[in-house]
Design a protein around this ligand. Structure first.
Ligand SMILES: [Zn+2]
Length: 284
């Protein structure tokens, strides 16, 4: 994709990641297969189609587009979006949206849900059938959540694998419980966080796709400075990266001090051989 194109797109682990992610500027990541959008820093092309938004935290580069989104969807006669935010953001964001409705002179409609870390809810039918969203606390300068989408499917219990279909059907008719529920964490999007989030959660490290922020890439802003702002430095993720067991480690939220080409070179040079082929730099 062209260096200056707004949206980047990546197909990975059976999912499409489409969006913009620029550290301190704008983050909005859409996953059409799940009908879910992560953060709404501004409102890039295509974002108005998404009914469900999982918000990591309230910094404007991750949430500033929400008023525009609510208003524009209403003009389009689309259903009020379901906006999921950290519980601490719920009340002040309600005030902002009410103020926006007053300024616009419209009875704007939205569904706002505040969440505590550890909460889980179904994403409903349609595209996200069998999927649930689950949030965990990240370490940032304001209350923040990393979001995980998990899919639960039914699988034959191991003792029945290999049996002919008619026999399995007969077992089911006789009332035998032949299925196990299997839950796979498909994707985790960290939002803004220090490295502690990766270190603390085995679930995060085994997501099929882990979209992890790496704001700082060189000594120009070192680990200590990066941590002071609640972010992750490349050095820290490289040091921990062999603990990642999923298919793709997608690096986002790069500071605009670093070009994409520089980040791609550093990723190739710095990640250990066992991880390097699963690392992708995302974001134009
Ligand atoms: Zn932030």
């Amino acid at each position: 994709m062209h260096e200056f194109a707004v949206l980047d797109e990546l197909k990975v682990g059976g999912l499409t990641l489409r969006g913009i992610t620029r550290g301190g500027v704008e983050t909005c990541l859409m996953v059409p297969e799940l009908g879910v959008m992560f953060d709404v820093g501004m409102c890039p092309p295509g974002a108005l189609k998404f009914d469900t938004i999982l918000v990591s935290h309230g910094h404007a580069d991750h949430l500033g587009g929400v008023g525009y989104l609510v208003s524009q969807r209403q003009l389009m006669r689309a259903p009020p979006p379901a906006i999921h935010v950290p519980q601490e953001v719920h009340e002040p964001l309600t005030r902002i949206l009410r103020g926006w409705a007053e300024i616009e002179g419209f009875d704007l409609q939205w569904q706002l849900h505040g969440h505590a870390p550890g909460e889980r809810f179904s994403l409903g039918g349609g595209l996200a059938r069998g999927c649930a969203a689950h949030c965990l606390r990240t370490t940032h300068r304001v209350p923040s959540l990393g979001w995980i989408v998990e899919r639960t499917t039914s699988r034959l219990k191991p003792e029945y694998v290999g049996l002919p279909g008619p026999e399995i059907a007969a077992l089911r008719r006789s009332g035998a419980d032949v299925l196990d529920a299997h839950t796979e964490p498909l994707i985790c999007v960290t939002g803004d966080t220090q490295i502690e989030f990766f270190q603390q959660h085995e679930l995060v490290r085994r997501c099929r796709v882990l979209v992890h922020e790496v704001t700082s890439w060189t000594a120009e802003r070192d680990v200590a400075q990066t941590r002071r702002w609640g972010h992750t430095h490349l050095d820290e993720l490289v040091a921990e990266s062999e603990r990642f067991t999923g298919e793709a480690l997608v690096l986002v939220h790069r500071s605009m001090r670093h070009s994409r080409a520089e980040a791609e070179r550093l990723a190739r040079e710095r990640f250990p051989a066992g991880v390097r082929d699963r690392v992708v730099v995302f974001g134009n």
